[in-house]
Design a protein around this ligand. Sequence first.
Ligand SMILES: Nc1ncnc2c1ncn2[C@@H]1O[C@H](COP(=O)(O)OP(=O)(O)O)[C@@H](O)[C@H]1O
Ligand SMILES: [Mg+2]
Length: 244
Amino acid sequence: MNILEVKDLKKYYGQGENQVKALDGISLSVKQGEFLAVVGTSGSGKSTLLHMMGGLDTPTSGQVIVAGKDISTLSRDELTIFRRRKIGFVFQSYNLLPLMNVYDNIVLPIKLDGIRPDETYVEQILVSLGLEEKRCAMPNQLSGGQQQRVALARALAAKPAIILADEPTGNLDSRTSMDVLGLMKTSGERFGQTIVMITHNDEIAQMAGRIIRLEDGRICGHCGQPGRRQEVSHESRRAGAFYA
Ligand SMILES: Nc1ncnc2c1ncn2[C@@H]1O[C@H](COP(=O)(O)OP(=O)(O)O)[C@@H](O)[C@H]1O
Ligand SMILES: [Mg+2]
């Protein structure tokens, strides 16, 4: 089953000469439980695509269909509930509430929904992310890496159908990155969660089941290996004489 479908999605900013085609006709399907990595250079449209998938922004044209439903047909309130129940967001900026401790930040979306947190699962997440000693700490007492782990814990705690992550390990050292990715993957497999993750790190992208590369708002069709092929051809063209 396709939990997520994107059909000819376009997002244009500005007019005339200054128009930017952030997304220029993206179509893709993501199966339930799939782990998809989105790679591409800065400005290629990755964040815009993720925002559209999560209903955080509206496209110029095209459709985003989640679990068979075109999300553009949802009212504002329905969209808010949809995001809270179905989507776990992890951004590069952590978006933690500064006046709430770690535990309260993690369970906030669940409580907003009037649901009692699954304490055993929250505990497992805290332990897996190395946050068990920090549950009563305030965000400003944590390092950037720790804050990002809290943000990931918050996204995982509600067991959302889809996790949308924009450079989730951008501020973590490589060991912590692998730990966090490992937990994300395990959680995905255990709960049949679908993960769409933006990264510029090829090693991290390799942990995904499928990789797509964006270029100028389009899906680049000839990149089996993230980065490699493009880098090699680019480099060899540039340094032509050396390789000839
Ligand atoms: N709100 C906005 N207004 C104008 N241009 C934007 C806006 N958001 C993104 N863009 C432009 O759209 C393109 C894609 O941006 P983005 O999706 O953030 O790329 P990426 O995440 O791959 O770095 C870039 O050229 C960016 O400058
Ligand atoms: Mg981005």
